[in-house]
Design a protein around this ligand. Structure first.
Ligand SMILES: Nc1ncnc2c1ncn2[C@@H]1O[C@H](COP(=O)(O)OP(=O)(O)OP(=O)(O)O)[C@@H](O)[C@H]1O
Ligand SMILES: [Mg+2]
Ligand SMILES: [Zn+2]
Length: 661
């Protein structure tokens, strides 16, 4: 990915060694090669293995055990180790000698013992199998001390099968031991379960997994970048077998340089740390251009927006922990190389806890909404917009986040950013829909390809907040599109400058302009969409009880009048200023090239007398703009579920200069 910050690579630990040199016979899968041979080698299950060993030491061995837990975390292995411990010539012992005939036979690579019978209940769980087992149970063991039945995948035993075994499990002959292993203990009928000692296995914690992986890589003599390990651990999700399988796959594809971070990230489909870094940095500094640029590059780079969001959430989680527990990296709460920890600590510091929590909540909610959506990119962008804009929400968390930002700014962290709340320019650019936001009146200003990225000079923090509060993002996005066809190019300038209008207060246009921010606040508390529309509008004239509001585009003006939003404004004016006026919405704010009143809505849903746009402007309600269909891979991801009005735009590849690396 061009533009990525150079990532420091940790030096390989071992000398490069080509794994699996040609000519070797097909190697055993790692998870078979490294099956634990003793309880000490069963990692992360000490809560089970220690009491078991103690029981062996005390000679208090039960006749039936139930090992339950997630897949690939050592149940079958432990059952075999238990069998080995029971039948060792020195046993029963917690530490099988490993050299006696029984130990050799029952070693992970050994041939097995006739007295230790493993039954795969998935294929042998029926009544007949159980009866057969029952009959054979009374024969004494051939060579060992005990006859041991390991009933694997015990949840697959039919209820008939269980019932056939019931008597046997309850009162087995003294030489008989049972070990049931299952991922679903609740499917083992209670009458059996209550006759067993139940040992619940757990997922293996990341730090333990990581250690095991390091150990195995060391034994294998493979070089690797340490940053690979957290990825494997994450992919394994606590299952040792899954982690080893992943590692196996990585080793199979590794070149002489061993395991590299880059290759691992691509192979496992994770989001590159550098992309996440950029995203987090951009969010922390409120740099909308960089945020949407990163989304663009992630998607262009083939990342699934959902995966990216999930990884972002993971990162936020790490930052939250770092913010709360500065030493988390060393105490094992976080699993990341030292240089990463440093970087993340710095990010956490810039974000602040309240803002981090809020961001994580937004992303987490967004992820839920992303399930099954057809436009995950849109949702991702909306999420980002929400994170960028605590000002758009009056919730407690958002207020906290704003406070935190102010504190940061006071502490010298002001990076040339203007707090959204005080932005004189209220640009309702909508990131999720930028591709279709080229409003009428700007045919010449066709967007650079893939203009998913607001320009840096568009006051990124002020953007995009509006429709987000109106409901679930997907809907909100559509709503924003249909209710408000903003004109990003003209919007930023289309505002009265409150600073210019100082003066006392006869109720004229100037006064209104001065009070405009307050008026907007009141409108916002009433109806977000109305506020959103008004954000890009300005007071043009107040004469004879008729207030003329200029919008940057005809679509906005019409949207404002047609949906009764003007009533909200009228209400606000009456409540705040005691003003009783009619409102007229026109297109062509001060920012547009010359006032161009194309609509004149009175109060109420008065779309009827709206004029049509001039011939040189594209129709407001046009279908997909020419060039949108198939304009590029990114356009598909960016489209909302429905076709939306659009001006000429050309979404496509990332526009150089619009994204800030
Ligand atoms: N706790 C562990 N410590 C070390 N290695 C483990 C552990 N758990 C699993 N493994 C590795 O995973 C492989 C499979 O483990 P095992 O068969 O014991 O899992 P299981 O819990 O029985 O899984 P399943 O529920 O899928 O049958 C082992 O050969 C070993 O390489
Ligand atoms: Mg198993
Ligand atoms: Zn032995």
């Amino acid at each position: 990915m061009a533009g990525d910050a150079p990532r420091k690579k940790a030096a390989p630990r071992k000398k490069p060694a080509a794994p699996g040199a040609p000519g070797n016979p097909a190697p055993l899968a790692l998870y078979r090669k490294y099956r634990p041979a003793s309880f000490a080698e069963v990692k992360g299950q000490e809560h089970v293995t220690e009491p078991l060993q103690q029981a062996l030491r005390n000679g208090r061995v039960n006749h039936a055990y139930l090992f339950s837990g997630p897949r690939g975390c050592g149940k079958t292995s432990s059952a075999r180790i238990l069998a080995r411990s029971l039948n060792c010539e020195q046993g029963p012992t917690p530490d099988p000698c490993g050299v006696c005939a029984s130990c050799v036979a029952l070693a992970p690579s050994g041939p097995g013992s006739i007295d230790v019978i493993e039954i795969d209940a998935a294929s042998h769980g029926g009544v007949d199998d159980a009866r057969d087992l029952r009959e054979r149970a009374f024969y004494a063991p051939v060579s060992g001390r005990f006859k041991i039945y390991i009933i694997d995948e015990a949840h697959m035993v039919t209820s008939g099968g269980f019932n056939a075994l019931l008597k046997l499990v309850e009162e087995p002959p003294p030489h008989l031991k049972f070990v049931f292993a299952t991922t679903e203990p609740e499917k083992v009928i209670p009458t059996i379960r209550s006759r067993t000692h139940h040992y619940p296995f757990r997922l293996v914690p990341p730090a333990v997994l990581r250690e095991l992986l390091e150990q195995i890589l060391g034994t294998e003599g493979v070089s690797y970048e340490p940053a690979v390990l957290p990825l494997v651990v994450k992919a394994g999700a606590g299952s040792v077998r899954d982690s080893l399988s992943v590692l196996d796959q990585l080793l199979a594809g590794a070149g002489p340089e061993g395991l590299t971070y880059d290759r691992t990230v691509t192979l496992l489909g994770y989001s590159d740390d550098s992309l996440l870094d950029e995203m987090v940095d951009a969010l922390a500094s409120g740099d909308g251009a960089a945020v949407f640029g990163t989304v663009d590059r992630a998607v262009e780079g083939g990342h699934d927006p959902r995966r990216f969001a999930a990884d972002l959430l993971d990162r936020l989680r790490d930052l939250i922990i770092l913010a709360a527990v500065p030493g988390a990296g060393h105490s094992g709460l976080l699993d990341a190389p030292a240089d990463r920890l440093e970087r993340m600590a710095e990010q956490a510091g810039r974000f602040g806890q309240a803002e981090l929590t809020r961001a994580a909540e937004i992303v987490s909610e967004g992820l839920i909404q992303m399930r099954g959506t057809t436009s995950p990119r849109l949702l991702l962008e909306l999420m980002c917009a929400q994170v960028l804009l605590p000002a758009a929400s009056t919730g407690e968390k958002a207020l906290l986040a704003r406070l935190e930002r102010l504190e940061h700014q006071l502490a010298g962290g002001l990076r040339g950013q203007v707090e959204p709340a005080s932005l004189p320019t209220r640009s309702p650019d909508v990131p999720g829909g930028t591709a279709r936001q080229e409003g009428p009146g700007s045919p010449a200003r066709s967007a650079p390809p893939g203009r998913a990225v607001p320009r840096a000079d568009e006051a990124p923090r002020g953007e995009a907040e509006i429709q987000l509060r109106e409901g679930p993002p997907a809907r909100a996005g559509q709503q924003a599109d249909s209710d408000a066809r903003h004109e990003p190019a003209t919007a930023p300038a289309a505002h009265a400058d409150p600073g210019q209008q100082r003066g006392a207060a006869p109720l004229d246009a100037d006064t209104l302009r001065e009070r405009w921010p307050d008026i907007l606040d009141t409108v916002r508390s009433e109806r977000k969409v109305a506020w959103m529309l008004l954000n890009s509008a300005s007071v043009q004239e107040l004469r004879n009880g008729l207030l003329t509001i200029a919008f940057p585009s005809e679509g906005n003006a019409r949207g404002f009048a047609a949906s009764g939003h003007d009533q909200v404004l009228i209400g606000a004016l009456a409540a705040m200023l005691g003003l009783n006026v009619r409102v007229r919405a026109v297109a062509g704010g001060p920012a547009a090239a010359g006032s161009r009143p194309v609509s004149s809505g009175g109060h109420g849903p008065a779309g009827g007398d709206l004029q049509h746009p001039p011939a040189d402007a594209p129709p407001v309600q046009a279908g997909p703009a020419p060039g949108r269909e198939g304009a590029g891979p990114s356009s598909a991801g960016r489209q909302g579920p429905d076709p939306v009005p659009s001006g000429p735009s050309a979404p496509g590849t990332s526009a150089p200069g619009t994204s800030t690396p």
